[in-house]
Design a protein around this ligand. Structure first.
Ligand code: SF4
Length: 380
């Protein structure tokens, strides 16, 4: 079943409304337009649900979507494999665990009108397993202290705690397009302490649209993000910089500006895109600005007529053939065959050097080594 209906305080947006309580109500002023990535995610979940049901010998009809592709097929196969392996582990200590797929979970005892849908639950003696399939590749998601999973846990405990003696909840996230898997467990009493001390008071504030606006990483998917004053103030505060007296910027000044630049340029682009979109779609006039045509390159209007005219004029060396791109080739052959046939002929050239924050996961480029290599090659 596709995930389409969302509560005001949904589990999937809980990281945001727990961090910035007024965001849930502010977001309601903006339409919930379904992005391409969200539609693709829904299609992947529907396929994953189907495959898992079939693997567990349950009835299901294969969903068809315009997003069907080899990658989605492989990712959903991997998810099913992951669930089956978890299930087989669980069976070592519990003969007859219960497996629920796309289960609606009601956590409204703790969050007003709160509900969500768990991708897969495995209910066994002592331990409740919650598995979440993430098809997105944009943001890496961890299971540790993940409020979405903790809310699902509360909804699942409400259903099964009286039937099974559950003492612990194990939460797993399977995110194949980032080759990422994350798992975390929490004893039930600890979960209930978090519920009483953090979740309930914040959910009550969020439902009323009260509390402090608090910008942070969670703003990324907030529907109010572009127009949010608190976020704009935070970004503009970043831009304010008190330079010391010397006429030239010091290294420290440049380091400070660099540290703020990524966040600022991203926000500035969002504002520019929003303003352009409003001007184009709604005819919005922004004082001091006007819409103009961007630069464009010349093109042939009719390639057949061009070839004809060129040949008639005696120019015959007018065609070139080129290979389709690597991605197109991989799609054409499928990942496995592509690897078999062309794997040895693929290489990855070094990327253009980029300055990134220290905590970036990529290894550091040692530019002095690269320079030395270059010099040695020249001297040989
Ligand atoms: S953009 Fe950020 S600060 Fe503004 S309402 Fe949304 S989550 Fe809160």
């Amino acid at each position: 079943m596709p995930k389409s209906k969302h509560a005001v305080l949904s589990a999937s947006s809980s990281h945001r409304w727990l961090s910035c309580t007024p965001s849930a109500r502010l977001e309601q002023e903006f339409s919930d337009s379904c992005s391409e990535a969200a539609a693709e995610g829904t299609a992947a979940h529907a396929l994953a649900e189907h495959k898992l049901k079939r693997a567990l010998k349950r009835r299901s009809q294969k969903p068809i979507s315009p997003y069907d592709c080899d990658e989605m097929d492989e990712c959903t196969d991997g998810y099913v494999q992951f669930v089956l392996e978890t299930l087989s582990d669980v069976k070592k200590s519990c003969a007859d665990p219960l497996v629920l797929i796309e289960q609606r979970l009601d956590f409204s005892d703790f969050v007003p009108d709160g509900f969500g849908t768990g991708d897969c639950l495995i209910v066994a003696d002592h331990t409740l397993h919650i598995i979440d399939f993430k098809y997105g590749r944009g943001v890496l998601v961890d299971a540790e202290n993940n409020p979405q999973m903790m809310l699902y846990a509360l909804g699942a405990l409400r259903l099964f705690d009286s039937l099974y003696d559950i003492t612990e909840v194990s939460m797993s996230i399977y995110q194949p397009r980032r080759e990422h898997y994350s798992s975390w467990s929490i004893p039930v009493p600890e979960l209930m302490t978090w519920t009483e001390t953090t979740l309930k008071p914040k959910a009550a504030l969020a439902f009323q649209g009260e509390g402090e606006f608090c910008p942070g990483a969670w703003c990324t998917f907030c529907r109010a993000a572009v127009r949010c004053r608190a976020r704009a103030e935070e970004k503009l505060a970043l831009a304010k910089y008190e330079f010391a007296p010397p006429p030239l910027l010091t290294d420290k000044d440049i380091e400070d500006v660099l540290a703020k630049l990524g966040d600022l340029t991203k926000w500035a682009k969002e504002i520019a895109d929003y303003a352009l979109d409003a001007a184009l779609r709604q005819g919005k006039k922004w004082r001091g600005f006007k819409l103009v045509e961007g630069r464009s390159n010349r093109k042939f209007s009719d390639e057949t007529a061009v070839a004809e005219a060129a040949k008639n004029a005696g120019f015959i060396d007018i065609y070139k053939t080129s290979l389709i791109t690597l991605t197109e080739m991989e799609k054409l052959m499928g990942k496995k065959e592509f690897q078999n046939i062309l794997g040895d002929l693929v290489y990855k050239p070094p990327g253009k050097p980029t300055l990134v924050p220290e905590n970036d996961k990529r290894p550091e480029l040692h530019i002095s080594d690269a320079k030395n290599d270059f010099r040695e090659n020249m001297e040989d």
